[in-house]
Design a protein around this ligand. Sequence first.
Ligand SMILES: [Fe+2]
Length: 470
Amino acid sequence: MTDRSPWNAPGAGSPEPGASPTRILVLGDTSVPNDSVVQQLRSGFPNAVLRDVCDSTAFEHALEQGDFDLVVTGQKLDWIEGASVARKVRSRWPDRLVVMYTANNGTTAAIDVPSGEFSEHEVEDSSVRKLTSAVRDALEQANGRRAVFEAETRFQGLYDSVPVGLYRTTIDGQIIDVNAAMVQLLNYPDRESLLRANAAAMYVNPLDRERGVSMTRRDGLLQDFEVQLRRYDGSPIWVLDNVRAVRGPGGRVEFFLGSLQDISHRKKTDEVLERSLESLNRAMKGTIEAMAVISEMRDPYTAGHQKRVAKLASAIAVALGLPADRVEGVRLAGLIHDIGKISVPHEILSKPGRLTTIEFNLIRVHPEVGYEVLKRVDFPWPLAKIVLQHHEVLDGSGYPYGVKAEEILLEARIIGVADVVEAMASHRPYRPSLGIERALEQVEEFRGRLYDSKVVGACLELFDSGFAFE
Ligand SMILES: [Fe+2]
């Protein structure tokens, strides 16, 4: 192996502060000294590291090491052709360039371009600048090629390593490109088999694709689209699809660029949670209904009263435009609004005729007893407070606390009106039914003073339009 001169010690620094000096491999004849070319390069590139190689062993070794940025070679050396040098360099180090000089003294030169051809540098005179300018062009090209190569490598690395499935498809669903995560997500044996598939055929519900495609075309974007696809083996998978429509110069959608994330685990958790919430909800409502049944079993004279109050109160809540969830709260509160009566002796509850003051006071504590029972449970509605306030009236003359107007929850105001109407319309141990007409007259008479005006209005309208308790 002959290195006529090893890597020469570079001059101080390099073209860019902090950058490594350019390493140039200068290939010359074995027999004829290459001094002229080396000298030109040295004066043109004082900071470069030059290495003069003049036989195939040294060249093969340098090729193996790859420790050069550029090769400068004669067109026809006594041990190798310049074109062969270019081919060898290109096959081993595709990002390196080769400059070939055609005159023995290196005053004419050409750069190896990626097409495999040498672009001739026209020589106008035999000055040193011809070779150095060819080398300078080559270095610029090499740097550009390297930057593109590195960017592509970085992008490809990122594209294949992100844990999110990335894809490009045509509008018709033909898959143009996918990354490794996408292949894994859909459980395909390899990238090629996924590229042969059609995205349109992967949708569990084909209408989902139509919806997604039309939204993407319209808005240019599709965000957080939850959809169910089929894997290679046909099994369904929930994914979160985010798509961007890429338009060509004419504004036409050229392709879709998107990402898929596996959300089957979250979907499963959501379903389990939803089921357990439903079951909890059912259990809670069942418990409230059981409480209603127990309280009415003790007091057969008011049996059905709570159920009928619940029916009227929830109808009023609907008529007032309350949201469904709040209506449900009114219904459940109605079902148990008299639960506190379990603390009142049975004899008093079923006593025919007038009650003594003591007996009446015993009955008056039932909203507080109901509150005490219900406040222990963390219901999603303020049931305890509604029950506590169901005998309060607007002017503060109600009980137990004599709170007024807006201090009384709307739900309690609704149940208060429904309670009065139902109680008067029904038979009681101490009196026969007064009839619905008399009951409605009563709430109308005290509308705005004792009873909420809007609630009374809704109640009257309900009966006008045929509402009945049974
Ligand atoms: Fe009551």
